[in-house]
Ligand binder design. Structure first.
Ligand code: CA
Length: 231
């Protein structure tokens, strides 16, 4: 089993020392950079499995780093670290694609638990791949063109619907909970909840299913969530 790589982006020497020590003791391979620009430069070379990202950095802020990483279409988990205990930071961080958030000072044990949880989730759920077309019986979903071609009509898909289909197809024939969809498709955006998921699924069903009331592919698993049934 190869060691998981963690990139620490932090400019506070004492915290860097503790983090490096703790993570290396746990068997992680660790790299450290002290600014946002260095972080962006280091990512392609080090290929981290996870990033610990301070918000208050010299030059580019942690928020900007996070945004840039996601713009590079890199999906490894990012846990943001900040000294400021402000809800606004949390919301901003999660909106721009961070996965978790820790307020300094934090306990090392809690940090390790969060890191492990994040890395486990990455292994558990398949990342949506670059699929262009999904055939669901007589319905053809063209993800690359954000549209559904049916015998009776063509329908546009929203960006969110495309993401939702990609995730469900990548995990087809497996139950996917509403919380998982919130986490992976909505990334816990502000003011979303499981009802948001239900509304989108229902809308999506009316587009991709010929008989949305009796779906063949995007089925509900009562008490569990949803599943994309694929041949
Ligand atoms: Ca700092």
């Amino acid at each position: 089993m190869s060691r998981k790589r963690i990139l620490i982006v932090e400019d506070e020497p004492s915290l860097v020392f503790t983090l490096r020590d703790t993570l290396e003791n746990e068997g992680y391979e660790v790299a450290i950079v002290e600014s946002g620009n260095d972080a962006i430069a280091k990512v392609p070379e080090f290929q981290p499995d996870l990033m610990l990202l301070d918000i208050m950095l010299p030059g580019m802020s942690g928020f900007e780093v996070c945004k840039k990483v996601r713009e590079m279409k890199l999906n490894f988990p990012i846990i943001m670290l900040t000294a400021r205990d402000q809800e606004i930071d949390k919301v901003t961080g999660l909106n721009i694609g961070a996965d978790d958030y820790m307020t300094k000072p934090f306990g090392v044990k809690e940090l390790l638990a969060r890191i492990q949880a994040r890395l486990r989730r990455v292994n558990t759920y398949s990342k949506p791949g670059p699929i262009d077309v999904v055939n669901l019986g007589e319905v053809r979903v063209q993800l690359n063109e954000s549209k559904v071609v049916r015998p009776d009509k063509e329908i546009e898909l929203t960006t969110r619907e495309v993401e939702l289909i990609r995730f469900l197809v990548a995990n087809s024939n497996e139950p996917v909970s509403r919380d998982t969809l919130l986490e992976h498709v909505w990334r816990y955006e502000y003011s979303t909840n499981t009802r948001t998921v239900d509304v989108h699924i229902s809308k999506l069903r009316s587009k991709i299913e010929m008989h949305p009331d009796d779906p063949r592919y995007l089925v509900t698993l009562h008490g569990v969530g949803y599943m994309m049934k694929m041949p």
